[in-house]
Design a binder for this molecule. Sequence first.
Ligand code: ATP
Length: 146
Amino acid sequence: MPLALSVVTQERTVLERRDVLRLIVPTTEGQITVLPSHAPLMASLAIGELVVVVPGQQIPLAIHGGFIQVARDEVTVLADAAEHVEEIDEQRAEAARERAQRRLAGPRAGPEAVDLLRAQLALQRALVRLRVRRRRGGATGVPSAR
Ligand code: ATP
């Protein structure tokens, strides 16, 4: 039996499928693969690429933290933010990357000090968006589904 998946954020449902063969998930503990009949799981998500494998297709999503729950072939992804490849605004991500890199190069102390963690997270989100966007049509690092 395939997996039923929903990927939701506070604002919207990003993806709903009931024919998922495999899911490659960036967790804070590293990348995991979820197959049907997976043991129950709860994990926190990293900022990275989530790949959803359905028959004949791989659906990549940029995912920006949150939680995943797996129970009885039902997978729920509660993401802080998530985007399909075609939703990603490359120019916006490029601008966010430049902004974050400029901040990271700024002063580390004093009144102008940057919030380092915040800038690092913004940079990570931007880099993941650019990577997912630019990978369109290219290899995703997983073998294609039957
Ligand atoms: P920015 O500085 O450009 O706002 P951000 O990383 O701070 O980027 P988030 O707080 O992660 O943005 O996301 C806010 C909302 O905007 C979310 O709904 C997210 O999906 C969307 N979003 C952010 N960047 C992009 C992008 N480059 N393309 C499409 N949607 C984006």
